[in-house]
Design a protein around this ligand. Structure first.
Ligand code: HEM
Length: 110
């Protein structure tokens, strides 16, 4: 894998859910599984169902072996950004709200 590992926001990850561009989030790490789809012993459908999402629970529910965990290292393409989107509101609004809160706080500090 020559591609550099990088950060993915939850918003970007959500767009990576098609058969040709399928990424999963597992324990904060992002895996590109599109080439692995047809080799997955659990089948392609379960992976497609988790595409673009946090698949940590689905992955752990299966109790994958250490072999699976080694294989994952080869599919690792990056990490989730620190910021977490917890609501459905557009990202820009969240950023604006955060900025407004910190400005207000700065103001109070004086
Ligand atoms: C990068 C992610 C994944 C990798 C590398 C991976 C790899 C594997 C491997 C090697 C096996 C064979 C058993 C073992 O060695 O544990 C397996 C089985 C299985 N996996 Fe995954 N897996 C991944 C993600 C997932 C996810 C997200 C799900 C569920 C949504 C899932 C569902 C299953 C199921 C149901 C089986 C059992 C197949 C059976 O024994 O009949 N896997 N996986």
């Amino acid at each position: 894998m020559t591609e550099k590992r990088r950060e993915f926001s939850a918003a970007e990850l959500a767009t990576l859910s098609s058969r040709n561009n399928l990424h999963l989030l597992i324990s904060g790490k992002v895996y590109d599984v599109h080439e692995f789809l047809h080799d997955h012993p659990g089948g392609d459908l379960v992976l497609l169902g988790e595409g673009g999402k946090d698949a940590t629970k689905a992955f752990e529910d299966i109790q994958h072996t250490d072999d699976a965990k080694e294989l994952m290292e080869e599919l690792l393409v990056g990490y989730q950004t620190g910021e977490r989107i917890t609501t459905q509101e557009p990202k820009q609004i969240q950023i604006e709200r955060k900025t407004a809160i910190s400005r207000k706080k700065e103001h109070e500090d004086y």
